[in-house]
Design a binder for this molecule. Structure first.
Ligand code: FRU
Length: 474
């Protein structure tokens, strides 16, 4: 992956080394800043730094110097995930400082605390008061080692922060803190807890208003698969509820997964200048992350997505700014397809960087398949099974030479017997948005870029339409 031609063009990647969670996604002086968990020295996770980039439109990104390094006594083992907020012309970062000590008896003591840094959009200085929140401030029995990923915001002159933690029962909880100056913090309450229902430790919370409701996002570790909703391991889920500014109580419904794909974790959101809520996530998974051996960087972010609520379900749509980069529209209407046709290719419908919407008529066939990044040896399939009403991503033939999770499925709906799939590809990233963003499915593939065919097949009879744009990011 050292070849620059192998770098995705409109998705954030690190300049070199390893990247995981998005951090500090925030608006500062009219530009959107994105930091990320960063290990500059190898393509494997290591002592965490904060990488940094910024954008005006979520599509073209500019790399900036690394913002935080694990160079203090209290954060020597890592500057873990956190968030950012603009305050009096300054950019305030709040992150988890990790300290690991070897005790005399040989055991290791890990302490996670919260720290502050302040900067001007390029250079950041850690606060002298660090660490500003200790796990000892949590209710008794809470873990002192798992306490991380502060999400800071400001409301009516007061700073708030929600932070992931582990309750005495071992499972996740989210603690709410408040502060007048972002340096001296008070514990407010436990906002929510898993009570062993959703995985173990809850990582990377986000908490925001959306369409008159309140949304809590968390990324639980060690979840158990449930139907097609949750998969084993790390998931990212959301809860929709009501929040009282006064009592600070959050009453919520049950969790739903945010993205049904194989590669999506630790999302963060920002509110845009024009009031949109935009989410970005690490497009990889702790449970099967793979970096090709010849790569000199690892990690990619999702396309930033605008969020809405429809009947208390999260709708995700790629940011509208992407449309500015559409070129070469190709459209086909009502194409008839039946079993005997085999895999059909359409003139002009091919490539590895595109934004394509396919609408298929569900005539009660068995399955309809779209093959992407295909050639004689490779294909990545999206399979709609009309009997089971599922959509499956299958990357068995996508260049992975290790045996990892290769398929994932979700239930989908049709409207007037039609299923709509918006498919975004950026070389190695595949993101599918179903029925206008009702569901999303994000997956990485490793197929050589020369495999660029797109095909359509059906084991019954159907009619489908395609609209495809190439993307010219310049
Ligand atoms: C989530 C996470 C965070 C932590 C960071 C460390 O992916 O485990 O909880 O802060 O990654 O890199």
């Amino acid at each position: 992956m050292s070849n620059p031609e192998r770098r995705p063009v409109f998705h954030v990647t690190p300049p070199s080394g390893w990247m995981n969670d998005p951090n500090g996604f925030s608006l500062y002086k009219g530009e959107y800043h994105l930091f990320y968990q960063y290990h500059p020295y190898s393509t494997a996770w290591g002592p965490m730094h904060w990488g940094h980039c910024k954008t005006k439109d979520f599509i073209r990104w500019e790399q900036l110097p690394c913002a935080l390094a694990p160079d203090s006594e209290y954060d020597g083992q890592g500057c873990f995930s956190g968030s950012a907020v603009e305050h009096n012309g300054k950019h305030i970062l709040m992150y988890t400082s990790v300290r690991e000590q070897k005790l005399e008896d040989g055991t290791r003591l890990i302490r996670q605390t919260q720290s502050i840094a302040e900067g001007d959009g390029i250079n950041y200085v850690k606060a002298e008061q660090n660490p500003v929140i200790l796990a000892e401030m949590l209710p008794e029995g809470s873990s002192l080692a798992d306490f991380r990923d502060p999400r800071i915001w400001k409301d009516k002159g007061v700073f708030y922060s929600v932070i992931g933690s582990r309750n005495a029962d071992g499972s996740g909880q989210i603690a709410l803190f408040s502060s007048a100056d972002a340096l001296e913090w008070q514990f407010e309450r436990i906002l929510d807890r898993s009570e062993n229902r959703y995985g173990s430790m809850w990582e990377c919370p986000d908490f925001f208003r959306l369409d008159q409701k309140q949304v809590l996002i968390v990324s639980p570790q060690l979840m158990r698969a449930e139907g097609l909703e949750f998969h084993n391991g790390n998931n990212s889920v959301y809860f929709v509820g009501e929040y009282s500014d006064e009592s600070k109580e959050f009453a919520r419904k049950e969790a739903h997964v945010i993205d049904y794909g194989m590669d999506f974790y630790a999302p963060q959101t920002v509110e845009t200048e024009d009031g949109r809520r935009v989410m970005i996530a690490w497009m990889q998974s702790w449970d099967n992350y793979l970096t090709p051996e010849d790569a000199d960087w690892s990690g990619v972010m999702t396309i930033p997505r605008e969020l809405f609520l429809k009947e208390e379900k999260l709708i995700q749509v790629p940011v509208k700014e992407l449309e500015k980069y559409h070129t070469e529209e190709i459209a086909y209407q009502n194409i008839r397809l039946e079993k005997g046709d085999g895999t059909v290719k359409l003139a002009g419908v091919e490539g590895r960087i595109f934004d394509m919407t396919v609408e298929v008529q569900d005539n009660g066939f068995g399955s309809f398949e779209i093959t992407l990044a295909a050639d004689v040896k490779n294909k990545t399939s999206l399979i709609y099974d009309s009997k089971k009403r599922t959509l499956t991503t299958d990357r068995t033939y996508s260049g992975l030479v290790r045996d990892v999770v290769s398929t994932r499925s979700m239930y989908v709906d049709t409207y007037n017997d039609k299923l709509s799939l918006r498919i975004l590809m950026d070389k190695y990233t595949l993101e599918v948005f179903v029925n206008g963003g009702e569901q999303a499915m994000s997956t990485l593939i490793y197929t050589d870029l020369s495999a660029a065919d797109i095909g359509f097949s059906c084991d019954g009879k159907t009619v489908f339409s395609v609209k495809k744009y190439n993307l010219d990011i310049g």
